[in-house]
Design a protein around this ligand. Structure first.
Ligand SMILES: NC(=O)c1ccc[n+]([C@@H]2O[C@H](COP(=O)([O-])OP(=O)(O)OC[C@H]3O[C@@H](n4cnc5c(N)ncnc54)[C@H](OP(=O)(O)O)[C@@H]3O)[C@@H](O)[C@H]2O)c1
Length: 341
């Protein structure tokens, strides 16, 4: 099969396209999927640059994929064969819905071979039906970002359907952020966003945001507070961290929730703890999600006819160029690798 293999830590030259990789064989309880498309996540770039824990190389990167089940191992329902499926990239979460079992839990695409390939083997329990009317590119964009946004908003953030809540999402150029905007809007929340780019703020408004502020402005917190009104947003969804995290505890309403899932701008240098306890703020961490959340998230996108925003589609062999696009930070929407065309 064709695949892109990360050979070492470094620049995009470490992503090597190879059209003579052996097809993986499904073991007991597993399926082999012929992939139609894969999508990038920032995690892929962190791994390539050596900024991720527990890197094992060489490896096929990629957590997002959609494709057709073409072979099933022993003890797998044969009727799965021929089905079009999403892969839940949160592997072996374990039995506690609140936290993964860290002794077995992994994210697809390192250490397990990922989706930058024509075929992949995963446990049959990881696949969920994907409707035929989704394009491969749109479908591939959904799994990791959709799952992360769903758990952050619904399970951790406490977002309720029709609950008239307000949500503030940082860095709307990010893949997870955009899905958070889509989910929260569809649930009837008022969604406010931040971005480094006025053009992305305009895109976000067109996609359903109520308002947006440019976080490059010195007083973006004041602007956000004036725009949102009242006591501030009920829920904040953030992956920037750094100094921003302290600003978000300032911005959220008393008794509100700040849910963080990343630290794109680095560790938080200072947190005004007095604000945290005086305002009775819940500061919550979240990562990925469990199988039930993945099913609920895909059901939600399908039943509400919401589609992820795809900005760039490149052929699999151009994975290095796709990484460069992600690192440029210019995108609004997911970057997808087309595999079957
Ligand atoms: N824990 C988890 O389960 C999980 C899952 C997925 C991702 N993550 C992490 O979450 C982060 C985002 O991932 P992604 O794949 O969505 O990445 P991405 O698509 O590359 O998005 C990164 C975004 O961060 C925003 N940003 C940068 N500096 C910011 C700042 N000072 N304030 C607010 N926003 C800022 C930018 O938004 P603008 O372009 O609008 O300026 C940028 O587009 C990464 O650190 C990733 O590792 C964690």
């Amino acid at each position: 099969m064709r695949a892109v293999i990360l050979q070492g830590v470094g620049g995009t030259e470490q992503l090597v396209y190879d059209d003579h990789v052996a097809d993986p064989q499904p073991g007991p309880g597993q399926v082999r999927i012929r992939l139609q498309a894969a999508a990038l996540n920032h995690r892929d770039v962190w791994i390539r640059r050596g900024l991720y824990a527990g890197i094992t190389l060489p490896v096929i990167l990629g957590s997002d994929g959609v494709g057709i089940v073409e072979a099933v191992g022993e003890r797998v329902d044969a009727s799965l064969s021929g089905k079009r499926v999403w892969i839940n990239p949160s592997l072996s979460w374990g039995s506690d819905p609140r936290i993964p079992d860290y002794s077995i839990w992994r994210i697809l695409g390192m250490p397990d071979p990922g989706t930058y390939a024509e075929a992949i083997v995963v446990d049959a329990a990881q696949v969920v039906d994907c409707p035929a009317d989704w394009t491969s590119e749109t479908a591939a964009a959904l799994p990791l970002a959709g799952l992360t946004a769903w758990r952050a908003l619904v399970s951790r953030g406490g977002l309720k359907e029709g609950g008239h809540q307000s949500v503030f999402v940082t860095g709307i150029g990010g893949g997870v952020s955009q899905m958070a905007l889509q989910i929260a809007s569809a649930m009837g929340a008022k969604v406010y966003v931040s971005s480094s780019s006025d053009a992305k703020l305009a895109d976000a408004m067109a996609a359903g945001a109520t308002g947006g502020v440019n976080y490059r402005h010195e007083d973006w917190v004041g602007r956000a507070r004036a725009m949102i009104g009242g006591d501030g947003p009920d829920i904040v969804i953030d992956s920037a961290a750094g100094k921003t995290l302290d600003d978000l505890v300032d911005l959220v309403r008393p008794g509100g929730r700040v849910v963080n899932y990343g630290q794109t701008t680095g560790p938080c240098p200072r947190l005004e703890v007095r604000r945290l306890f005086w305002k009775q703020v819940d500061l919550l961490g979240t990562t990925m999600g469990n199988a039930e959340e993945f099913q609920a998230m895909t059901d939600f996108f399908v039943s509400r006819k919401i589609r992820p925003v795809v900005r760039h589609v490149l052929p699999l062999k151009d994975a290095a160029a796709a990484h460069e696009l992600m690192e440029s930070g210019e995108q609004f929407g997911k970057i997808v690798l087309s595999i079957d065309s």
